[in-house]
Design a binder for this molecule. Structure first.
Ligand code: NI
Length: 176
């Protein structure tokens, strides 16, 4: 497995739609290696999620894993590790919530984004089995952020206000 380069804002691949995978494709060695690379890359960058297009693979695969005491999101509660293939979102609660989001493809910056607070996600797991999950609160935001990547959408497209956007170091300074 290997740590891959993370594409940054401005790279056109981040703006393309990723293609869906066939369950049979998931069983290939190539796909196992890709998933391993995605985990290695996410862990080495201290991310809580990573989508395949961020490492230049235009495939509908997203990882989400909030580790204990993540330095980028110290308030976030630890989560399980999720592999989402071909995910589809259904909004279960029209009520929205706002969180500060960051992205490994937009290093050093953060912005406030409003999203539905509770969703259902239908997807294939890493074995190709159809699965369904209901997630809410911050985890629902993380799921939506990662799934947006598969459609070429980045959090900067959904900022509540351009005033609620800036470098993390500056924002932290203001909150002191
Ligand atoms: Ni991101």
């Amino acid at each position: 497995m290997a740590i891959r380069e993370i594409l940054r804002l401005g790279n056109p691949k981040l703006r393309q739609k990723a293609r869906a995978l066939d369950p049979v494709e998931l069983k290939s060695e190539q796909m196992k290696k890709l998933l391993g690379d995605m985990y290695d890359t996410m862990h080495s960058s201290k991310g809580i999620g990573l989508a395949a297009p961020q490492i230049g693979e235009l495939l509908q695969i997203a990882l989400i894993e909030i580790g204990e005491n993540n330095p980028r999101y110290p308030q976030a509660r630890k989560s399980e590790s999720y592999v989402l293939v071909n995910p589809k979102i259904t909004i279960l609660d029209d009520q929205t919530q706002e969180f500060w989001e960051g992205c490994l493809s937009i290093p050093g910056l953060r912005g406030r984004v409003s999203r539905p607070r509770k969703i259902k996600v239908n997807f294939l797991d890493d074995q190709g089995n159809p699965s369904e999950l209901i997630v809410e609160d911050f985890l629902a935001t993380v799921f939506q952020h990662e799934i947006d990547h598969l459609n070429g959408v980045l959090y900067v497209d959904k900022l509540v206000s351009s005033l609620d956007f800036g470098f993390s170091e500056e924002l932290d300074e203001q909150l002191k």
